[in-house]
Design a protein around this ligand. Sequence first.
Ligand code: SF4
Length: 287
Amino acid sequence: MPLTPPATLSPSKVSSFTDCALAFRYSAIDHLPEPPSVAATKGTLVHLALEHLFEREPADRTIEAAQLDLARAITEIRVDPDFTGLDLQGEAEAAFFADAATLVEKYFGLEDPTTIRPIGLELRLEAKVGGLRLRGIIDRLELDENGGLVVTDYKSGRSPRESFQQSRLGGVTFYALLCEELFGVLPSRVQLLYLGDQTTITTEPTAQSTRGLRNKVGALWQAVELACEREDFRPRPGPLCNWCGFHAYCPAQGGDPSLVANVVADRAAAEAAAADLAAAGEPPLHP
Ligand code: SF4
């Protein structure tokens, strides 16, 4: 039976399909659970702290305030399954929070937050482009000195080598396309702030770059639909395997793809049971 393509495309789904079609399938179509990662959860924590910082009045966005905002973010993330799933104890937990504090401090070496004019934080955008639903979350949308839109994306890692920079900016052009669709205007600037090595990569999107992305996304969608029709998603082993959570199901890693059907069936049964309980007015078994 053909597989059902995902309802929406996000920048991470686009790059996931390009990097490894099988990992894309497991994540975006089969929705297999992925173990939380230290790097991604640390990134979430730092994003949260910076979001709180920009909720403050401009003059209050000091480095001391940012560490208070990090403390608030730590309280919030302590109940997040992605954090509790890491099961960090003692020194490992202390090192995790110390790293996050260093990243927040490093942010101040990249820009002066008192001069930023944000108009949206963690902005969830969705637009229909040529029959496709595109979706993305912009870390920070702000106005520049001329009233133009600026899209800012925080990265908690280090900046990529020059040869990989364009592919990283491809994801950000996705946000430029969403702005063009929803606000009728292209951002004047899109920037990636790499906190790890205090580097900013900036691009000025053009109608040509978003047109190119439209074409690319359209072609990629056709490839996804074809792969779904043929149930043909192949593994593409490479450096990203080191961060992939699907080794147990990946033939290229000695895993067993037939296990996927059981996981999907178990989840469907759990969802059906939860729906039955909800219809009967009963609370879910695992709230
Ligand atoms: S382990 Fe590597 S090849 Fe296998 S699904 Fe993950 S990224 Fe793809």
